[in-house]
Write a protein that binds this ligand. Structure first.
Ligand code: B12
Length: 221
């Protein structure tokens, strides 16, 4: 098994770092934190580590969860391992030009606590030179509107990971657009699509932070 496969396994099994006692059969071996550092040292790109290692591990534990072979505690330790790895990747995602292109407010939609994907979007946008105002998860329309007003900002990006909470997006998009003239609201997250974006009158769906960042750079802000 190569390093990147070992990293995927650490996320899947929730092996955070060498000192983390769980899972017992991986005791005293490197965890997601050490393997990410090693991979960076060998020249693997942050993007490849994210896509070929961390997200593969997350997808595997997610599939197990869907089949009833893993439960919430397993998802939580997997998220912990992913976050321990992301600490090392953060500087690479954020190392873009220092000058701000403009501001954007981001957050996970109300009812939804999944914030790993949204955090990555934030890092990539910061790296691309945006001033990112991150409202965290479980964010209501009112909070988005207040943050947009406070920061004199017209761009918002909403994340949803649940087929139930994605439905909350329609009213939040409508409320933001009703309250802030000229605002643009973008959406992303695994269960969403272009069709859904059209249906709820959002200004676009983007499957990943890089496509989104590229599109934003074409806007005249
Ligand atoms: C980790 C995890 C959790 C953790 C979240 C920890 C955290 N801090 O985020 C915990 C344990 C809390 C959790 C809880 C639950 N979860 Co959960 N979870 C996952 C899991 C395994 C991984 C999600 C993840 O982080 N992926 C990695 C990131 C990097 O990917 P991503 O989020 O898709 O983001 C990428 C893109 O989508 C995109 N993106 C995301 N947002 C945005 C926004 C914009 C603007 C743009 C441009 C792009 C973009 O960019 C990102 C990077 O490429 C998924 C399964 C999976 N494989 O996805 C299930 C999953 C999402 N969870 C699921 C469920 C059911 C739940 C619970 C309801 C379980 C329960 N019964 O309580 C609760 C809900 C809690 C709540 N109210 O939110 C289901 C959802 C099913 C559905 N159809 O809705 C999934 C799919 C698992 C499954 N297969 O059944 N979960």
């Amino acid at each position: 098994m190569d390093l990147i496969q070992r990293l995927a396994l650490c996320v899947e099994r929730g092996k955070v770092d060498r000192n983390f006692p769980y899972p017992p059969d991986m005791k005293d071996s490197d965890g997601a934190s050490e393997l990410t550092t090693l991979l960076l040292e060998t020249g693997e790109s942050a993007n490849s580590i994210l896509k070929r290692g961390l997200m593969v591990g997350m997808d595997t534990v997610g599939a197990k969860f869907a089949n009833g072979q893993a439960f919430i505690p397993e998802l939580l330790v997997a998220a912990k391992a992913m976050n321990a790895a992301m600490v090392h990747l953060k500087p690479y995602f954020e190392s873009g030009e220092a000058k701000h292109r403009g501001s954007i407010v981001i957050g996970t939609i109300q009812g939804d606590l999944h914030d790993i994907g949204k955090n990555i979007v934030g890092m990539v946008l910061k790296g691309a030179g945006w001033n990112v105002i991150d409202l965290g998860s479980n964010v209501s329309a009112d909070k988005f509107i207040t943050a947009l007003r406070d920061n004199n900002c017209k761009l918002a990006a909403l994340s949803a990971l649940l087929t139930t909470t994605m439905l909350n997006m329609e009213s939040v998009v409508g409320e933001i657009k009703g309250a802030i003239t000229g605002s643009m609201v973008f959406i992303g997250g695994a269960p969403l699509s272009n069709e859904f974006s059209d249906k709820i009158d959002a200004d676009g769906y983007f499957p990943d932070p890089h496509t989104f960042s590229k599109y934003l750079s074409t806007l005249n802000t």
